[in-house]
Design a protein around this ligand. Sequence first.
Ligand SMILES: Nc1ncnc2c1ncn2[C@@H]1O[C@H](COP(=O)(O)OP(=O)(O)OP(=O)(O)O)[C@@H](O)[C@H]1O
Ligand SMILES: [Mg+2]
Length: 225
Amino acid sequence: MTDKVHDNKLQILGKLAASLTHEIKNPLSVLKLNLEYLKLSKEKFDEETNECIEASLEAADIINQLIHNTLEFSRKNKDDFEECNLNDIIGKAINITKGIANKKNILINLNLDKNIDLIKVNETNILQVFVNIISNGIEASQENSKIFINSFSENGNVCAEVVDEGVGIKEEDFDKIFDEFYTNKQGGTGLGLSVCKTILDEHEAMFNLCNNNPKGTTFSIKFKA
Ligand SMILES: Nc1ncnc2c1ncn2[C@@H]1O[C@H](COP(=O)(O)OP(=O)(O)OP(=O)(O)O)[C@@H](O)[C@H]1O
Ligand SMILES: [Mg+2]
């Protein structure tokens, strides 16, 4: 398993753990309310039963504290966002993916606008997004085809497109491809695009796709000004 796939898997696991933790909160508060209700009528119970109620309440408080700590940890942290040049991030993504592009003799054609504004992002995560999208484009393309990567400004927003000439995506599958573990590839994990979507949501960036005429797919990303 490559480091990238491993990191992606860890990220999904983190998301699952956070949502599970969140969902435990409701049944736990029901449990706690009922225990407190029993404690109100302690004269009805013998000493041993009252000790059990007290111990159960203490245990519920400990779980509550653990949940609080986990949710605090998973809350998104914007402290690591920095001003970055999107063209530089695209350049780094191309360096990472050029090995697999070369194997299929795929030419990556860059059309980057030098005058785009800096964007405030987590550089590592946005690099991860481009590596995933470019890798998908390469995997969907035949040998000797081209991939176009464009950057430009639109109404003050910073935009990028990854355009391939590959097999394309059926319109009815447009939503499905962002689902965790949805893949049409032998050996694929189906995590790439779902991780991209999570990261771009955290950046409040738009993420769209459309099919090209006559063939291929365009993934576009827009960072709000
Ligand atoms: N550029 C593209 N052209 C055609 N199909 C695509 C493209 N990008 C994604 N897909 C489809 O979307 C599916 C999901 O993509 P995703 O990146 O999430 O997972 P994957 O590539 O199958 O596996 P991996 O976890 O290795 O990335 C792919 O299996 C493929 O069917
Ligand atoms: Mg992929």
